[in-house]
Write a protein that binds this ligand. Structure first.
Ligand SMILES: Nc1ncnc2c1ncn2[C@@H]1O[C@H](COP(=O)(O)OP(=O)(O)OP(=O)(O)O)[C@@H](O)[C@H]1O
Ligand SMILES: [Mg+2]
Length: 312
């Protein structure tokens, strides 16, 4: 299963992503952490290093789509898997993860997309770097009892890539403020038009008035849980990193509800593939065909069926 945490800048995406990752790992569930944000903060909280996967984009393309890469075909992030595609398993032993993931607390593998380098200044957009994550997620062979937890870019930005539809559940972290709620409502409306359900998770809730405010603006059915404001976070940010476990313990109930919601989803593989094909076609027609001077839509491999891939 795949869950993405989104939210306005500073709402708590990284904190909640790491805490939920540790919650699952402590229950001995297989979990893969993915830092897909331009502001990369998962590694320090998981107490590990970063390996910037985007810097290895061409090797990743060769690994995941060897036949097309061999022929020199341009491989863009939304390319649906071909019959020759390689898949990634949610396991420390997976050869792709052995190469590109670092290992954090509780032995959790962490993939970090990476951020800008000085040479990118003024000329390079983060969505270019996120293509490597799109390529990976669309080839992640996760099972029902394994989870990939993605920390995503801030605000409504995820709608600009295929990442908004790559997870089984999107959880938007919302602070009790009008601005934070509005960003959630904007995202949820757009995602809903593409049949992607996005729940809201209240964070930094101080009192009953905060709670009432969020319930009024979001509605009971979409509010997946409430995480109280915690002074532990300041301590963690001051270097007492082990306190993240206390934060996990305090919020076990909320994480349990999220886990329940995620495990209740039955992925519609056909709809996923259809949407991916649609987005890839749009990418090609709006931009990449002209850029590469070739019709890239011919690389859609109609013989591939996710249901068969996942059943194998
Ligand atoms: N429940 C909470 N109680 C108190 N402080 C919190 C809580 N959750 C997060 N914080 C604090 O809020 C700040 C932002 O959190 P975090 O970095 O997780 O947000 P983010 O959405 O990932 O931010 P960015 O947009 O920069 O990636 C941090 O200082 C964090 O410690
Ligand atoms: Mg963050």
């Amino acid at each position: 299963m795949r869950i993405a945490f989104l939210g306005k800048g500073g709402s708590g995406k990284t904190t909640i992503s790491v805490a939920y990752t540790l919650y699952l790992a402590q229950k001995k569930k297989q979990v893969l952490a993915i830092d897909g944000d331009v502001n990369m903060h998962m590694a320090p909280l998981l107490q590990t290093d970063q390996l910037w996967v985007h810097k290895h984009a061409s090797d990743v393309q060769k690994y995941l789509e060897p036949a097309l890469a061999e022929k020199g075909v341009p491989i863009i992030g939304t390319l649906p898997p071909t019959a020759d595609a390689k898949y990634i398993n949610v396991s420390k032993e997976d050869p792709f993860l052995k190469k590109y993931a670092t290992v954090g607390l509780e032995d959790v593998p962490l993939l970090t997309v990476g951020t800008y380098e000085s040479k990118d200044a003024g000329a390079n957009c983060y969505h270019g770097k996120l293509q490597v994550l799109e390529l990976m997620l669309h080839r992640l062979k996760d099972t029902k009892d394994q989870t990939a937890v993605c920390d995503m870019t801030a605000g409504i930005d995820a709608l600009g890539t295929s990442l908004y539809m790559a997870s089984d559940v999107n959880v938007f972290v919302v602070e009790p403020t009008l601005k934070s709620v509005q960003v959630y409502l904007d995202f949820a409306k757009a995602a809903d038009e593409h049949s992607i359900t996005t729940y809201a998770l209240a964070n930094k809730v101080v009192d009953q008035e905060d709670e009432k405010f969020l319930r009024q603006h979001i509605g009971e059915d979409m509010l997946i849980g409430i995480v109280p404001h915690s002074t532990l976070l300041r301590k963690i940010e001051q270097g007492e990193k082990g306190k993240i476990y206390d934060f996990v313990e305090i919020n076990e109930g909320v994480f349990g509800r999220i886990e329940e919601k995620v495990s209740g989803v039955n992925r519609d593989y056909q709809a996923y593939m259809k949407e991916l094909n649609r987005i890839y076609r749009l990418n090609c027609e709006w931009w990449y065909n002209d850029f590469y001077g070739s019709d890239l839509t011919k690389y859609i491999d109609e013989s591939v069926n996710y249901e068969e891939v996942f059943a194998a």
